[in-house]
Ligand binder design. Structure first.
Ligand SMILES: Nc1ncnc2c1ncn2[C@@H]1O[C@H](COP(=O)(O)OP(=O)(O)OP(=O)(O)O)[C@@H](O)[C@H]1O
Length: 209
């Protein structure tokens, strides 16, 4: 499903990602690990097509990532950094809107939005505006907006950021369900617990020279 073959990234001779290969199948959970600066975020950007390899190849379902292509975007939901929030919409409204933009009728979109927010422990916060959230709650809101839409592949950069143990447990449970339903999950992380509890296969990245 995701094939990365000796992909590397450099800008003006500076290495961001050393030659990296990995293959991720449908329903797999894969964790990218390695020290700060090893290129985990860069590798995720390659998979979602936000950056292109300087050498090597990256394919998703047999084709190079095409982030401007609707079919590709329908396949991949990603959170690499916090997503933009709509300042004047509540969490429930934003999550509902995303479902509608992906083709769900309004009632179904609202119900799915409520469900994802509930699973992430945010049912008390559905009527809050983005500026009314703590940093951990903002992280969960970003995850909710990413996970509320249908997608075969979920790509997350350090989903554990800013979360306490209880909230991290909720994220683990939502990602577990996603994989159990056949979804593919690829994430970069510094959290041993996230990797262990999800039973994720680890791909270890080394810093580029
Ligand atoms: N726009 C850029 N121009 C030059 N170098 C960059 C750029 N963006 C990132 N880098 C460098 O590329 C390398 C890989 O960065 P990346 O963010 O992918 O690492 P990471 O493994 O995700 O790190 P962390 O664990 O700190 O999040 C780092 O050395 C970083 O300094």
């Amino acid at each position: 499903m995701i094939d990365v073959t000796r992909a590397e990234v450099s800008i003006d001779g500076v290495g961001l990602l050393a030659p990296t290969s990995m293959s991720v199948g449908r329903g797999e959970i894969v964790a990218l690990r390695g020290p700060n600066g090893a290129g985990k975020t860069t590798a995720l950007r390659l998979i979602v097509g936000q950056t292109t390899p300087s050498a090597g190849t990256v394919t998703v379902s047999g084709r190079a990532p095409r982030p401007r292509d609707h079919d590709f975007r329908a396949q991949v939901a990603a959170m690499i950094g916090l997503p933009p929030f709509a300042r004047d919409l509540t969490l429930l409204e934003q999550a509902t809107l995303i479902g509608i933009t992906w083709g769900l009728p309004t009632d179904a979109a609202r119900s799915d939005a409520g469900e994802v927010l509930d699973e992430l422990g945010m049912s008390r916060l559905v009527d809050r505006f983005p500026h009314e959230l703590s940093s951990g709650q903002t992280q969960l809101a970003g995850l909710a907006l990413t996970l509320v839409r249908p997608a075969d592949i979920v790509v997350l950069d350090e989903p554990e950021q800013r979360l306490d143990d209880e909230r991290l447990g909720r994220v683990i449970s939502v990602l577990r369900q996603r994989a159990d339903a056949g979804g593919t999950v690829v994430f970069a992380t510094h959290s041993d617990r996230l990797v262990a509890d999800l039973g994720a296969r680890t791909v270890l990245l080394q810093e580029a020279a």
